[in-house]
Design a protein around this ligand. Structure first.
Ligand code: BG6
Length: 486
C-alpha cells in the first residue's frame, strides 16, 4: 500500500459520477468523503461531481439535500464551493434516453482538447447493478479510447448473494469491462487498523517470527454493533449477517492476518497471497456447520424491540443478526490454530477488534502458584473505538512481594499520525480508485472463493432449520448463551 495521504499525490482531473446519489450511502458517506477530499486539496481543481438518481431534482435542490450531511467543521465558504461542483442528472436504467442525456452532460464538462476522466460509483441496490452497467455500456460511458482518458467503475458490496450469482455477476462484468477498470469496494480495507495489519506483521521483526502455530494459541476477530437495522430492513432481512459481514469484511481481515508474506507490497502480490490463504480454509461439512457455527437473532431486551418486531420484518423471520464460527486453516503455518470469528447487531457494546492470543511458555521457571497466575500475552488490533494496538505483557507488581499482573501497552494510531485530517475510509478508497491503485480493493477471485466457503452454510441453514437451529439473545446483550461454549 502506498502513501496516498501524502498531500503531493493529487489525482488527475475527473468527474465523479454517483448512481444512487439520493440514497443514504451517497448522502451520508460518499458525498461527505468527496467533500473531505476537496477540503484537504486532494481533488484536482477541475474535478466535479455528477449526482444521478431516479428522483426529480434540480442541481440546486440536490445540493440542498446534501448540505446537511457535510460535517460542521467545513467552513461555509468551502462548503458552498464544494456544493457548486455538483450537478444532477435524472437517470433510470430502464430508460436508455436518460443515459444518453448523461453522456451528453459529461461531454459538455470536458472539451476535445481536455477530456475528463470518469469515476463511476454504483451506490445502488445489487438488483440494479447489471441493468445500470448495461445502460452505461450502451451509452458508451465505459469506453476508454487508447491513450485517452480513463473510465473506472466502483462497485459496492454485495457482489452477488451466493456462489452462483457472484460467478454470474463476474462473467457479466468481464464481458463488458476490463478488470483494470473495476474497483470492488470493501470499506474495511481502508480502516487504519486493517491497513496496519500488514505493517504490524511485516514491518516488526518481533512479530514476524512468532506469527504461527508454534507461538499462537488462537485468534479471534470480533465486531459488535449496538445498532440494529438502521432503516435497511429489506436489504438486511434478505441478506442476514453472514452475507453482510462475514463473506466480505471479516474474511478480508482474516486473509490479511493469516496469509503468507506477499512477495512485495504491490497489489498483485497481496491479492495472490490472500487467494492462497482463502483456498486453505477448511470447508464446512454438514457436521461442522452444526458444531462450529452458531447463528442467532435478537429478541426484545433493554428497552429495544426484538428483530421480529422491527417494522417490515415477518414474525417468523429466520434471518440471523449474530454469528460466531470457528475456522481452521489447513496449512503449515496454522495447522490446529482455531480462528474464532464473530459479529453481531444490537449487542451491548460497539467494539471491533482482532485478538492474537499467544501460548503459555512450554516451561515455567516460576513456582507452581505463581505460574498459575500468568495470563497469556495478547496482541489486540483495535478497529473501534479508537483504532489502535494493545499488547498485554506480564509484569511484576511493584513492591517487596513477587506477584505478577497484566501490563497493557496501549497506543491509538491517530496519535501517531502526522496528518490529522487524513481522509476517512471512503475518501481514501475514492482517492485510490482515481489513482488507479487496486491494493485496497477486492479481486473477484477472492470474492468467489469466499462465496464457495459460505454458500453451503447458507444452503444448510435454509434447508435444514431444525438441524441448525436459530438461537436467540436479548437486544443489548453479549449474544446467545450457546456462543460462549463454542
Ligand atoms: C456494512 C454493513 O458493510 O458495514 C453494515 O452492511 C455494517 O451492516 C457496516 O453495520 C459496519 O461498518 P463500520 O464501518 O461501521 O464498522
Amino acid at each position: 500500500m502506498h502513501n496516498t495521504f501524502s498531500i503531493e499525490v493529487i489525482p488527475e482531473p475527473c468527474v465523479i459520477v454517483i448512481f444512487g446519489a439520493t440514497g443514504d450511502l451517497s448522502r451520508k458517506k460518499i458525498m461527505p468523503s468527496i467533500c473531505s477530499l476537496f477540503t484537504n486539496h486532494l481533488l484536482h481543481k477541475n474535478s466535479t461531481v455528477v449526482a444521478c438518481g431516479r428522483s426529480d431534482h434540480t442541481a440546486q435542490s440536490f445540493r440542498e439535500s446534501v448540505a446537511s450531511h457535510i460535517p460542521g467543521c467545513v467552513c461555509h465558504k468551502e462548503k458552498n464551493c464544494f456544493l457548486k461542483k455538483i450537478s444532477y442528472v435524472r437517470t433510470n436504467a430502464d430508460d436508455s434516453r436518460s443515459f444518453r442525456n448523461l453522456s451528453e452532460h459529461l461531454k459538455q464538462m470536458g472539451s476535445s482538447d481536455f477530456p475528463l476522466n470518469h469515476l463511476y460509483y454504483l451506490a445502488i441496490p445489487p438488483s440494479s447493478f447489471q441493468p445500470t452497467v448495461e445502460a452505461m455500456c450502451q451509452a458508451g460511458l465505459m469506453h476508454e479510447a487508447e491513450g485517452g482518458s480513463w473510465r473506472h467503475l466502483v462497485i459496492e458490496k454485495p457482489f452477488g448473494e451466493d456462489l452462483k450469482s457472484s460467478l454470474a455477476l463476474d462473467i457479466f462484468l468481464h464481458e463488458r469491462i476490463d478488470e483494470h477498470q473495476v474497483f470492488r469496494i470493501d470499506h474495511y480495507l481502508a480502516k487504519e487498523t486493517v491497513q496496519n495489519i500488514l505493517i504490524t506483521r511485516f514491518a516488526n521483526r518481533i512479530f514476524e517470527t512468532i506469527w504461527d502455530r508454534r507461538a499462537i494459541d488462537h485468534i479471534s476477530i470480533k465486531t459488535s454493533e449496538t445498532a440494529g437495522l438502521e432503516g435497511r430492513t429489506a436489504y438486511f432481512d434478505r441478506s442476514g449477517l453472514l452475507r453482510d459481514m462475514f463473506q466480505n469484511h471479516l474474511m478480508e481481515i482474516l486473509m490479511l492476518i493469516a496469509m503468507e508474506p506477499p512477495r512485495s507490497f504491490e497489489a498483485s502480490a497481496i491479492h495472490k497471497a490472500k487467494l492462497e490463504l482463502i483456498n486453505a480454509i477448511r470447508p464446512y461439512n454438514p457436521e461442522s456447520i452444526g458444531t462450529e457455527i452458531i447463528r442467532a437473532q435478537y429478541t426484545a431486551g433493554n428497552g429495544m424491540p426484538g428483530y421480529r418486531e422491527e417494522e417490515g420484518i415477518a414474525a417468523d423471520s429466520m434471518t440471523e443478526s449474530f454469528v460466531r464460527m470457528k475456522m481452521l486453516i489447513d496449512n503449515e503455518r496454522w495447522q490446529g490454530v482455531p480462528f474464532y470469528i464473530q459479529a453481531g447487531k444490537r449487542m451491548a457494546t460497539l467494539d471491533s477488534e482482532i485478538s492474537i492470543v499467544f501460548k503459555h511458555s512450554s516451561y515455567s521457571i516460576f513456582s507452581e502458584r505463581l505460574s498459575k497466575t500468568l495470563i497469556p500475552n495478547t496482541l489486540v488490533l483495535r478497529i473501534r473505538p479508537d483504532e489502535g494496538v494493545k499488547l498485554t505483557l506480564q509484569a511484576k507488581h511493584s513492591g517487596p512481594k513477587l506477584t505478577i499482573g497484566n501490563l497493557h501497552c496501549d497506543a491509538v494510531y491517530d496519535e501517531q499520525s502526522d496528518n490529522p485530517d487524513a481522509p476517512d475510509a471512503y475518501a481514501r478508497l475514492l482517492l485510490d480508485a482515481m489513482l488507479h491503485d487496486h491494493t485496497l480493493f477486492v479481486r473477484s477471485e477472492t470474492i468467489i472463493e469466499s462465496w464457495r466457503l459460505f454458500t453451503p452454510i447458507l444452503q444448510a441453514w435454509r434447508e435444514y432449520p431444525d438441524k441448525y437451529p436459530l438461537r436467540f439473545y436479548p437486544a443489548g446483550s453479549n449474544g446467545p448463551e450457546e456462543a460462549l461454549h463454542l
